[in-house]
Ligand binder design. Structure first.
Ligand code: AOF
Ligand code: ZN
Length: 327
């Protein structure tokens, strides 16, 4: 299953609105003979890719897959059918498919005499490669990760407005890799005015990475003339997080990185539309300057938004914290 997860990681950011699924086919002796991952929309599912590589070695073997094989005729024929025809005898999947149209694969396989086991590394898959898509499948809204870089005292800029660079080079590089795995990056008009970002995913030498997320600017006014994003960004003329998310869902966006700034972050918090926080905390102190979020709708301590920390790691000299709001 870890190999299947690794397969799925390779296609992250290329499959939306479909999930990035990974699959490994083992021959009857348990040797891995086929690897596959979901192709861009309309293309083959993970199982079909892995079966293709395995060929006749799949006969009598096992398919290990991060999501329950689909049982429906969608843009492609059912994976349950492909597995049966290839002579697969066992299927192990991490998660059941929450999409009612595709679900039911486990029963179909069992009826065909294939043994089915579910739940292997389910937590790892649901927090990892399938997290955003699971949220989207359940709510119809893209998943939002709010990412920011701040000092130890929670500030994202100095009092004179300067903000380059709060986080370390290691952290900034990590964010570029993350950008390439997401569908869209969202910023507000203030960020465009202040920072004139390009919102591209670049490597250490500043060259664009192979995959680029959709840049999105939120705000009712026009983009300033000459802004880097003027001809590349999707401009959503609203301040309402739900309207933004609706516009993005209509374009097949599932996984969103909310990058700035504090006012837009506040609007997403007030609307309850932050699904995960990714904070890069630099060991520096400013004492003055804007906070990471403004106007989150909290005025008294009992209303504080509480989060659960999922992970804390060092990113160069910075602390990287991943946390999810408590429900
Ligand atoms: C699988 N393996 O690799 C993926 C699955 O429109 P379609 O026909 O491509 O079907 C999309 C649905 O199929 C998607 O919403 C999800 O339920 C499932 N995705 N299933 O067996 C895969 N990507
Ligand atoms: Zn399928």
């Amino acid at each position: 299953m870890r190999l299947a997860i690794a397969e799925s990681e390779r296609v992250r950011g290329t499959t939306s609105p479909n999930p990035p699924v990974g699959c490994v086919v083992l021959d009857e002796n348990g040797h891995a003979v086929g690897f596959g991952a979901t192709q861009p929309v309309g293309g083959a599912h993970a199982e079909v890719m892995a079966l293709k590589e395995a060929g006749t070695r799949a006969r009598g073997g096992t398919a290990v897959v991060t999501l329950e094989p689909c049982s429906h005729y969608g843009r492609t024929p059912p994976c349950t059918e492909a597995l049966r025809e290839a002579g697969i005898k066992h299927v192990i999947h991490a998660l059941s498919d929450p999409n009612p149209k595709a679900a039911g694969g486990a029963e179909v396989l069992a009826e065909a005499g294939i043994t089915v086991e579910s739940g292997l590394l389910a937590d790892e898959v649901s927090r990892g490669p399938l997290r955003a898509w699971l949220h989207y499948a359940r709510t119809g809204r893209p998943h939002v990760t709010w990412k920011y870089a701040a000092t130890l005292d929670g500030r994202i800029a100095a009092s004179d407005g300067t903000s380059q660079w709060i986080s370390s080079e290691a952290s900034r590089r990590e964010v570029h890799e993350l950008r390439a795995k997401l569908d869209a990056i969202v910023v507000g008009m203030n960020t465009v005015r202040l920072d004139d970002p390009a919102l591209t995913a670049r490597d250490a030498a500043g060259m664009p990475l192979a995959r680029q997320p959709l840049p999105v600017v939120v705000g009712t006014s026009d983009l300033p003339g000459g802004a880097k994003l003027q001809h590349t960004a999707l401009h959503v003329r609203t301040h309402e997080p739900d309207d933004v998310l609706k516009a993005l869902a209509e374009r097949g966006v599932v996984d969103v990185l909310l990058e700035g700034g504090p006012t837009l972050a506040g609007a997403f918090w007030r609307a309850g539309r932050v699904d995960r926080v990714l904070a890069y905390i630099a060991p520096a102190l400013l004492g003055d300057g804007p906070a990471a979020v403004l106007g989150a709708g909290v005025s008294t301590i009992t209303d504080a938004v509480r989060l659960t920390v999922e992970d804390v790691t060092m990113s160069g000299p910075d602390l990287r914290i991943s946390a999810v709001p408590q429900t």
